[in-house]
Design a protein around this ligand. Structure first.
Ligand SMILES: [Zn+2]
Length: 354
């Protein structure tokens, strides 16, 4: 009688529990470490969970990233999702975890390759940068014989990026800042514009993403993917080191719309209204040191000359007041009052056509 009440799922849990009690290690697909991914080797119409090796740690074990492959019943394009290349940017991990529960691979045309944790050594340290304090997202294409972070970037560039036709790189703000839900991509590119529109960010910053960060450093993952012919955009979902349910919900909904909009399913879709589109954006910085009070909110429209922040010294006296250098929209802002000269105040977007 009790047995008949146990569901299929519980039966498996019970089985695993018995194995555990007997000291037997259960083999599951997510115990597998691969050195390369060949999507043709994965069975159609199924979800596959594997670890991909991207170098070795100090014990000679593989440094691995988790890879979830939703292999559609029918062959088609590949959508790649990467989260947490900055190790403290976690909303994208939750977006992927929730998204995969929403997709039935037997009804999918094409494949979703999702990596919920692209920078494992940084995630373990609760930090943005790779373990040598380099920004992995400024190092592509990396170097096969380079230093630690350069080799990691190289491995990502060689083993992961070439799998994708479309790519969404999931980010958040960094420590001491908060972000609206915004996307970065080239709105003059029809495919990228459609991806961004389907994802329904509050704000889109249109740029080609091909900028290099000086001679010593390299490309972002997005710029590198584009250089390899992948349709790649970056999405910024809120704040660092937290799961924000509203951001995660909107992320899942948006990616499902991208799947519908690009033929991964037969479901109908509506192209959502276009939100704010910025032709450029930049950070406004403090000139002096002190304690910063930012006076504007995310997504607030500010006029040129409008007061955006006050800086006080240790005695509470105002040392500087800051105004918007141009009219625009607040994409992100500082939440950390402690500011030396050159600290971030707001990330200002300049609306297209203004
Ligand atoms: Zn980031």
């Amino acid at each position: 009688m009790i047995y008949t009440l146990i569901t299929m799922k519980n039966q498996r849990s019970l089985f695993l529990l018995i194995l555990f009690c007997l000291g037997i290690q259960a083999q599951d697909s997510n115990d597998v470490i691969l050195d390369a991914l060949n999507l043709a080797n994965f069975e159609n119409g199924k979800v596959h969970k594997v670890w991909l090796g991207l170098g070795d740690n100090e014990f000679g074990n593989r440094i691995t990233v988790p890879v979830i492959i939703l292999k559609g019943a029918e062959e088609g394009k590949v959508l790649g999702l990467t989260a947490a290349i900055h190790g403290n940017e976690l909303n994208g991990i939750s977006i992927i975890h929730k998204l995969i529960d929403e997709i039935n691979p037997s009804g999918l045309k094409g494949t979703v390759v999702a990596i919920p944790g692209l920078n494992p050594l940084a995630i373990a340290r609760n930090q943005r940068e790779f373990m040598d304090l380099q920004d992995l997202n400024r190092l592509f294409p990396g170097k096969p014989n380079g230093n630690r972070s350069q080799q990691m970037a190289y491995q990502i560039g060689e083993k992961i990026v070439p799998l994708f036709d479309y790519h969404i790189d999931l980010h958040t703000a960094s420590f001491g800042r908060v972000n609206s839900l915004y996307g970065r991509g080239d709105m003059s590119d029809e495919t990228l514009a459609k991806m961004l529109r389907l994802l329904q960010p509050d704000i889109i910053v249109s740029n080609k993403g091909k900028a290099s960060f000086g001679e010593a450093s390299g490309l972002t993952l997005r710029a590198f993917a584009i250089s390899k012919g992948v349709h790649s955009i970056t999405m910024e979902y809120g704040n660092p080191q937290v799961y924000q349910s509203e951001m995660v919900k909107r992320g899942v909904e948006g990616i499902l719309k991208v799947l519908n909009g690009f033929g991964f399913s037969d479901s109908k879709y509506d192209l959502p209204e276009l939100g704010y589109v910025c032709s450029k954006s930049y950070w406004v910085f403090t000139q002096k040191g002190g304690y910063l009070e930012v006076l504007v909110e995310l997504k607030q429209i500010v006029e040129k000359g409008e007061q955006i922040a006050i800086l006080k010294n240790a005695f509470g006296e105002v040392v500087e007041q800051y105004a918007a250098p141009e009219s625009g929209i607040v994409i992100g802002k500082s939440t950390n009052p402690v500011s030396i000269s050159g600290s971030r105040i707001i990330h200002l977007g300049i609306l297209q056509g203004k």
